[in-house]
Ligand binder design. Sequence first.
Ligand SMILES: Nc1nc2c(c(=O)[nH]1)N[C@@H](CN(C=O)c1ccc(C(=O)N[C@@H](CCC(=O)O)C(=O)O)cc1)CN2
Ligand SMILES: NCC(=O)N[C@@H]1O[C@H](COP(=O)([O-])[O-])[C@@H](O)[C@H]1O
Length: 199
Amino acid sequence: MTPIAILLSGRGTNMVALADRVASGDIDADIAFVASDRADAPGLDRAKERGLRTVLLPYGERGKEGAEAFLTRLVEDEGVDWIVLAGFMRLLSSSFVSRQCGKIVNIHPSLLPSFPGVDAIGQAWNYGVAVTGVTVHLVDEKMDHGPILAQEALSLKGGESLHDLEERIHHVEHRLYGDTLKRLLSSRLIFEGRRVTFD
Ligand SMILES: Nc1nc2c(c(=O)[nH]1)N[C@@H](CN(C=O)c1ccc(C(=O)N[C@@H](CCC(=O)O)C(=O)O)cc1)CN2
Ligand SMILES: NCC(=O)N[C@@H]1O[C@H](COP(=O)([O-])[O-])[C@@H](O)[C@H]1O
């Protein structure tokens, strides 16, 4: 059973989807804690409802460096093997990423490298794309730049609203992230440049 930590800043629906699959035994992991940079993140309440340990990262009091030092101590004390970002809206420093030996994974609601950063779905909608999707990627020191582990595309439907599209993308996320994490925890990663395959 692999110890993981989940980091979020918002609603936590991706955390819930992962936690449910861990609880069912489908994903062979132990969620050591769920952490957020925001005390008001609804995802923290959802984690507490599931009996998960929650942690507030002290970005407010200690800034980025202090918050990452706090997180590093927690990760090392708990023997966390993978850090799972699920709507965590803070850029992690290169020193933090390298200390974790790159064992950080993120989900992003677009087909990277298109539409990195915040509001990716809104960016794609406003651009008028015909196809968008979801990316699961390793985290490096840059924003939404790390090697891609999985992607799934979806075509926009005539007449659908932005809200409809957001709902369909989140539905894909909730399945794809769990499927990819399950493979990640049971495989070796083979790197060829930026290309990553599971062994
Ligand atoms: N080193 C990395 N850190 C993070 C990555 C990554 O790929 N590499 N992914 C992000 C998630 N993310 C979108 O995928 C994202 C994170 C942060 C921001 C952002 O603008 N943050 C600002 C301030 C946010 C705030 O104060 O609330 C900042 O950090 O200065 C946008 C998108 C997770 N981290
Ligand atoms: N740049 C990162 C980013 O945009 N992440 C996105 O934040 C949302 C979090 O939702 P959730 O809190 O309900 O899981 C998800 O759509 C995730 O892909």
